[in-house]
Design a protein. Structure first.
Length: 278
């Protein structure tokens, strides 16, 4: 049984390391391959991957929204987000789509902070309004977080997420962000700010309460300037690598019927690869 990850470009993806590790660990005869699929070839690939011997695969940028449209059956969470990161071949030529990004985020916080962490969060602030933000906001709402504030440089994109739950989701202006973090129990950066080669997120953390959690969806570098600043303040931090690892768990299970674990051995393997700059 073989699976894939598609994107354009795709050479940077670490998914083959993750899933290859699990295939070996569980003694499953198969392979997980990177496939560069230009946008113009996506429809043909999605409709034909089963005939090429693939049981399914992951979808990354820029294909998540288009792959959602191409999937003939979708989970409720994928329907809400309008994007998929997991595809699976079904009998009769149908293609099933899911989005595990939000689950991956929630599980990564649970791994780092402990079970029941969501009960400590009354106010969450999410920076950014792209695909990762949509999945994370959806997950926070599903966990019952009472209030979620969203800041984005383009106000319209943040306002669009209000439809998830107008009573609990509040868009805020980018210039309001420094004040909006006051009293927040959870701060999440979903932008590329802080990524290797990008400027850092310029945000003072002194208004965050003691005990707040600061999370970053960026995992290259493993510790972003935002997380470094949070640690200096004595706040709890969660890096983006956990989200990458945990979103892969339900995907692997959907293709191969085995639920893998995110182990220290796997985390060390990916950390070493990130540190090596490959």
């Amino acid at each position: 049984m073989n699976a894939f990850v598609i994107g354009h470009p795709i050479a940077h993806s670490r998914s083959p390391l993750i899933h290859g590790h699990w295939l070996r660990e569980h003694g499953i005869a198969g392979a997980y391959r990177r496939i560069d699929v230009p946008p113009g070839e996506l429809a043909d690939f999605v409709s034909g991957f089963a005939r090429q011997g693939y049981v399914g695969g992951n979808v990354t940028v820029p294909h998540k929204e288009k792959a959602f449209e191409l999937a003939s059956r979708r989970t409720a969470r994928a329907e809400r987000l309008g994007a998929v990161n997991v595809l699976k071949a079904l009998p009769g030529g149908e293609v099933w789509g899911d989005n595990t990004d939000g689950v991956g985020f929630a599980d990564s916080i649970g791994e780092a902070i402990g079970p029941g962490w969501e009960r400590e969060v009354s106010v969450a602030v999410v920076v950014g309004a792209g695909g990762a933000a949509r999945a994370i906001v959806g997950a926070l709402l599903d966990l019952g977080i009472p209030r979620v504030r969203i800041a984005n440089r383009t106000p319209g994109r943040a306002a669009d997420l209000v439809r998830f739950d107008p009573a609990r989701v509040e868009p805020i202006g980018w210039d309001e962000l420094p004040l909006a973090v006051e009293g927040a129990d959870l701060l999440v950066n979903t932008t590329t700010l802080g990524m290797k080669g990008q400027p850092a997120l310029d945000l003072a953390l002194d208004r965050l309460p003691e005990g707040a959690v600061v999370a970053d969806a960026v995992y290259v570098p493993l510790e972003t300037p935002l997380l470094e600043a949070a640690k200096r303040r004595g706040l709890r931090t969660v890096g983006g690598l956990g989200m990458l690892l945990h979103q892969a768990v339900p995907a692997f299970e959907s293709w191969f019927g085995v639920r893998p674990r995110v182990t220290p051995e796997l985390r060390s393997l990916i950390e070493a690869d990130v540190e090596a700059g490959r």
